[in-house]
Design a protein. Structure first.
Ligand SMILES: Nc1ncnc2c1ncn2[C@@H]1O[C@H](COP(=O)(O)OP(=O)(O)OP(=O)(O)O)[C@@H](O)[C@H]1O
Length: 388
């Protein structure tokens, strides 16, 4: 509970944090048209990206899209074939990893197994020649920060997975790097521990006022922890935005499909009715309406309308609802998730649409079951028009 409250307070503060909207703000990290090739593969392909001080930035994308390579370029483990990496306005392309104020946290197996927790944390500062008293003080501070007070004498194998993860975090923070890079830091943890660790990570990042860049292929994780998310596909950055922007205004089918659940209707743009685009669906011939938004397409163009399941309505009534965008179908599958159910509905043209509904107890209403004939609908504002 305390965690939830702290989180809300944190959320309140963070909401005002948006340096990327300030044209005068200088980024801490800048990728300037960076390309990195391995043989024929452009692992990173002309990426330009600004990340700001105190930002928690997530790089998200499927396996092999180039996330890790982009981080390794920042850490100095790779050098760009083209373009520049800047830190605080200075080109660091030629600076070796150990001289960059950047640290990379690997998974827990990177702990030294024969060393105590305290010795693991002390390792970096010691190597840097910190005086003993300063090292000890720092270790104490770090143990407290990651809530492992009193466990400094243990060996890594005497800790739980989550505790080991926190030691790895403490170790990578011990030297106070300006930037911490986290490569799939929670991959080894189970779902519950993962969620707890995500919140801890956010607190720590916020308390230390540091810049974190996390690599993950888990979209929920990225949505939870990050101020902004960069979605990658085949070495390119497809979209950069806040979690809400990425979710509510995806700029492509790729992003819409990668983040969350979505139904995509493919059609031909017929024209506009004010702000609303009129789209003739290919498979069914139905005329659909969606807010045109920023989409730039001429009549006759192939477009898609993306609809999130929670923005679609499902109704078992015999008569269709009196709204735009009404479609019919039969319930093909139901996923009961406790708080809500997701219905996968098969339409007469053989395509599927998903609609979710909260499971409030409404005893009078007949629940929707398998094979039921239902109406699906969505408001024009609920559909996102996409041109690619
Ligand atoms: N050292 C290397 N030598 C050759 N090819 C490499 C090397 N490192 C990465 N690649 C290739 O570059 C591409 C991007 O790899 P990268 O590890 O950056 O992806 P990723 O998005 O982090 O994937 P994952 O989530 O699986 O770690 C892949 O096609 C990969 O095979």
């Amino acid at each position: 509970m305390a965690d939830v409250i702290r989180q809300q307070q944190l959320g309140g503060v963070r909401r005002e944090f948006a340096p990327w909207t300030d044209p005068a703000a200088a980024p801490l990290i800048r990728f300037d048209a960076v390309t990195k090739r391995f043989g024929d593969v452009a692992a990173v392909d002309g990426v330009s990206l600004d990340i700001y001080e105190r930002e928690f930035f997530a790089l998200l994308g499927p396996s092999g899209c180039g996330k890790t390579t982009l981080m390794r370029l920042l850490a100095g483990f790779e050098t760009p074939d083209a373009g520049r990496v800047l830190l605080g306005g200075e080109d660091i392309s030629a600076v070796p990893p150990h001289l960059r104020p950047v640290n990379m946290m690997f998974q827990s197996y990177a702990l030294f197994p024969h060393m105590s927790v305290a010795a693991n944390i002390a390792f970096g500062p010691k190597m840097d020649g910190w005086p003993r008293a300063r090292v000890d003080a720092r270790v104490g501070q770090m143990l407290k920060l990651v809530q492992l007070d009193g466990l400094g004498a243990r060996k890594p194998h005497q800790l739980s997975g989550g505790q080991r993860q926190r030691v790895a975090l403490a170790r990578s923070l011990a030297k106070s790097p300006k930037v911490l890079l986290l490569d799939e830091p929670m991959a080894a943890l189970d779902k519950k521990l993962r969620e707890e660790t995500q919140f801890e990570l956010m607190h720590i990042q916020y308390e230390l006022g540091m810049t974190f860049v996390i690599v993950t292929h888990d979209q929920e994780e990225a949505m939870t922890v990050a101020d902004r998310i960069g979605v990658m596909d085949k070495g390119r950055l497809v979209q950069v935005g806040t979690p809400a922007e990425i979710y509510e205004q995806p700029n492509s089918r790729y992003v819409a499909d990668f983040i969350g659940d979505v139904t995509l209707f493919k059609g031909t743009l017929e024209g506009r009715d004010g702000d609303v685009a009129l789209v003739r669906e290919r498979t069914s011939g139905v005329l659909l309406r969606a807010l045109a938004g920023m989409a730039d397409a001429a009549p006759g163009a192939t477009v898609w309308i993306a609809v999130r399941p929670e923005k679609a309505r499902i109704s078992p009534d015999p008569l269709p609802p009196d709204t735009p965008n009404v479609l019919s179908g039969e319930v093909f599958d139901i996923a009961y998730l406790g708080d809500l159910s997701i219905y996968k509905v098969r339409r007469p043209d053989g395509t599927f649409m998903k609609a979710s509904q909260p499971n409030a107890t409404r005893l009078v209403e007949r629940p929707i079951g398998w094979d039921d004939k239902v109406w699906l609908s969505f408001a024009p504002e609920a559909g996102v028009l996409l041109t690619r």
